[in-house]
Design a protein around this ligand. Structure first.
Ligand code: NCD
Ligand code: ZN
Length: 340
């Protein structure tokens, strides 16, 4: 007999949906698997104001083409984000403000140049109860790329927490043991974890040659870190939730002498997470449901949803290509399906 079960339609706490033609291509994949998705604001023209965010939310809704999908949007923090924007954003249902250190990743050139410059804004966010979503990597080129998350925690995040103990923080796309330990030990910090960081270690980037579709930021880490992430995700803590970080890039931009960062996982995101959870004798359904839905619902204080999805343990093949975007594991078999 095939094994299947239902969970509430999940929440993707971190996804890149882009804009224009790419938005129309990728949004339906997210909308069919997720009830809510938090769309990142690093568009070519970043989402800087509440008005920009409201307009972007409407474009995502239209592109998602699903009645039981609600896009959630964030603002992109710069050195100059005005304090008055915090309450305005909160009142408009903007879910948080994303902090990118300048040049940490794709389209982050407008990011924060010095963390101290953000402190008045973080103080206002703490006061208004608006979460900050943090890309937690230092950008100093002298710091080894595999250490940038751990150094960010030690040098920057620790200080933020000390100064703003009541600030709601979502540390995005965790990749290290240090991050898991840090989040576990703090009251108001929660965290998203991607499916690819649960499933793979850094060897995957170099298997048989350099494989650009496995390159993302933060970069995949050693096996010991992957194991720590799996323990965090599948454990009893309410602090960890799914955030796919699905990041579509055109094939030519990935398969290039200087390929850009991002794994496109939206078409089979929930199945990839199920694969990562499918390690014990008995599938941990309750833990999976909390990680995929309940924990983010609680952190972001969202209204519960009625829709459910059915997961079935039955193999399927991942599409080779979606227009000109290559999904992770293109053409390969995965062991799970969401039943539509
Ligand atoms: C993301 C993108 O392409 O926008 N890339 C990635 O490797 N994750 C940006 C990000 O979240 O860092
Ligand atoms: Zn991202």
């Amino acid at each position: 007999m095939t094994f299947e079960f239902n969970i509430p339609k999940p929440i993707d706490a971190h996804v890149h949906l882009r804009d224009g033609a790419i938005l129309s291509q990728v949004a339906p994949f997210t909308a069919r698997q997720f009830s809510y998705a938090i769309a990142m604001p690093n568009l070519l023209h970043p989402v800087l104001t509440t008005e920009d965010a409201i307009a972007y939310r409407k474009r995502i809704s239209a592109a998602g083409k699903s009645g039981d999908f609600t896009p959630l949007v964030t603002l992109y923090m710069t050195d100059d984000t005005p304090l008055s924007e915090v309450k305005k954003a909160k009142d408009a249902g903007i879910i948080g403000i994303k902090l990118y250190p300048e040049s940490a990743t794709t389209n982050s050139e407008f990011g924060v140049t010095d963390i101290k410059k953000t402190y008045p804004l973080l103080a206002e966010m703490e006061k208004q109860g608006l979460p900050v979503l943090i890309h937690g990597e230092v950008t100093d080129p002298n710091i080894d790329i595999f250490d940038r998350e751990a150094v960010f925690i030690e040098k920057i995040l620790t200080d933020i927490i000390k100064n703003f103990p009541a600030l709601k923080v979502s540390l995005e796309h965790l990749t290290t043991t240090q991050a898991v330990n840090f989040v576990s030990g703090q009251k108001n910090i929660f965290a998203s974890i991607t499916a690819h960081h649960l499933l793979y270690n850094r060897n995957e980037i170099f298997k048989g040659g350099i494989r650009p579709h496995w390159y993302c930021l933060p970069v995949l880490k050693r096996e010991e870190h992957r194991k720590a992430l799996v323990s965090a995700a599948t454990g009893s803590s309410k602090k960890f939730y799914a955030g796919t970080d699905s990041a579509p890039h055109l094939r030519a931009n990935k398969e290039s002498a200087c390929g850009c960062a991002g794994c496109f996982t939206a078409p089979n995101a929930v199945e990839l997470y199920a694969t990562a959870f499918d390690t014990a004798k008995e599938f941990p359904q309750k833990r999976f449901s909390d990680f995929m839905y309940g924990n983010a619902l609680e952190f972001y204080n969202l209204p519960p949803v009625k829709s459910k999805i059915t997961l079935r343990k039955s193999a399927q093949k991942v599409e080779d290509t979606i227009s000109d975007i290559i999904p992770l594991l293109a053409g390969q078999e995965i062991a799970w399906q969401v039943v539509y």
